[in-house]
Design a protein around this ligand. Structure first.
Ligand code: PMT
Length: 423
């Protein structure tokens, strides 16, 4: 057993085994994970059971092994969905070329692919195959797709392969896979003890009982920020406007689909937050009156009077220093990003602002990727490429975490970790 509680203590890890001779190494991996205090469940493809018997894993883990996508658990629940929801991490080792192809294509014909696809936990993939298969463009394309999904890949090693030939494709050593799993949770701790509030999605300003003025924000950027903050140990409140994606598990979700309700939710949450990130696309205007009845066609032009909505983030910027959280806004701009972002940073009293481009050939709204530039009072702070939103969120938390800690150390901290004075 482990000598102390490490990053894996008490974590639920699902090990998914697919049909490769390297399946025997998954046995060592399961033992290593257990030695570090993880609670391990094993799922196997049918092909994997031809290399190692489920009984081996069941005996080691003292838990049922899932090798049938249609199986129900003891409570008559769908077993792969239960495992997918319970998992803190999923490790696919060994992952065959076939498994990578199925995952990249979203084909979920067995217990392993079904769990990986159904779960929102981080997924680590450790491929194992013949060198020719690994270097084949189809496999490389599938691996690239999985990376885009945010999967972490533990690269195969060069060595003797099952064929007797030497080349790349050998499953990484179980200790290397273990390290990757541990890193997942070690990195997780840097926001521990902080309460983070993230707004996400767009607001919808009602015109009548069925119509609204809204925008195309999907909530992907805000959800990625909430999810990564959760994974890094923060207590997360997500204030959710209209969303095209499901909020991450393990965060407190407050629904707020109009600018007014979002304002109320943010003003309630902000004094208890250490950090507030406003990624939501809040409508700047709302109809002066929402009709109680559905507006009928009359053949005439329809005039709608719009009135300005409250500027939520600017109101938080004005809060007294003892309750004002460290404050990050977003600037969605179709032109002059730097100038407009700098003006918003100043006018709204923000600590940082994240600029991104909308409405052009690349449009941050709705996309799975984003290219952002972060600005502070001293100007542009980053030069990051286009990245999946999850990776953008990771980099943002690295930067926000550093800045927050510097500000807190400079200004002194309140008991909850909040700053007492601003610089
Ligand atoms: O949701 P996705 O599809 O993933 O797209 C992400 C995104 C492009 C919507 C996101 O990255 C983003 O840029 N969010 C902010 C959009 C926005 O409203 O930008 P803005 O430049 O109009 O507003 C500046 C800041 O003021 C924002 O932090 C905004 O939340 C805040 N604001 C705006 C208006 C208002 N009435 N109250 C506010 O608090």
């Amino acid at each position: 057993m482990s000598d102390g509680p490490g990053p894996l203590a008490g974590r639920r890890v699902v090990v998914g085994v697919s049909g490769s001779i390297a399946a025997y190494k998954a046995v060592s991996l399961v033992r290593l994970l257990q030695d570090r205090g993880a609670v391990v469940d094993v799922a196997m493809t049918r092909a994997a059971t031809r290399f190692v018997g489920p009984l081996t894993f069941a005996s080691l883990t003292h838990r049922p092994v899932l090798d049938d996508v249609f199986e129900l658990d003891a409570d008559q629940q769908i077993a792969h969905v239960e495992l997918a929801e319970a998992a803190d991490a999923i490790v696919l080792a060994p992952a065959t070329a076939n498994l990578l192809g199925e995952l990249a294509a979203g084909l979920v014909g067995d217990a392993v692919t079904a769990i990986a696809c159904a779960s929102r936990a981080p997924v680590i993939v450790a491929p194992a195959m013949d060198a020719g298969m690994w270097t084949h463009p189809a496999t490389q394309r599938n691996v690239a797709t999985l990376r885009e999904f945010g999967y972490l890949v533990v690269e195969p090693e060069v060595g003797e392969l099952a064929s007797g030939l030497t080349g790349i494709g050998r499953l990484a050593e179980p200790s290397a896979v273990l390290e990757a799993v541990e890193r997942l949770f070690e990195r997780g701790g840097d926001l521990e003890g902080l309460h983070v509030v993230v707004s996400a999605g767009g607001t919808r300003e009602p015109l009548d009982p069925v119509r609204f003025i809204g925008n195309r924000s999907s909530g992907k950027m805000g959800a990625a920020l909430a999810e990564t903050a959760r994974d890094r140990g923060a207590a997360v409140t997500m204030i959710a406007g209209a969303m095209g994606v499901t909020p991450p598990r393990g965060v407190t979700v407050v629904d707020a689909t109009t600018a007014q309700t979002m304002r109320e939710a943010v003003m309630r949450a902000a004094p208890n937050a250490d950090i507030l990130v406003m990624a939501a696309a809040v409508a700047d205007f709302a109809p002066a009156r929402a009709s109680q009845r559905k507006i009928k066609r009359s053949g005439e032009n329809l005039q709608i009077e719009l009135v300005p909505n409250p500027d939520i983030v600017a109101e938080v910027g004005e809060m007294p220093d003892d309750i004002r959280p460290f404050l990050i806004g977003f600037a969605a701009e179709s032109q002059d990003l730097e100038v407009n972002a700098a003006a918003k940073l100043r006018d709204k009293g923000l600590d940082l602002i994240v600029g991104n481009v909308v409405g052009g050939p690349f449009d941050a709204i709705g996309s799975d990727e984003n290219k952002v530039t972060v600005f502070g009072a001293e100007g542009s702070l980053t030069d990051w490429p286009m990245l999946p939103k999850r990776q953008v969120a990771e980099r943002l938390w690295d930067l926000i975490g550093d800045r927050y800690r510097t500000a807190r150390n400079t200004d002194g901290s309140a008991p909850g970790g909040r700053r007492r004075r601003r610089s």
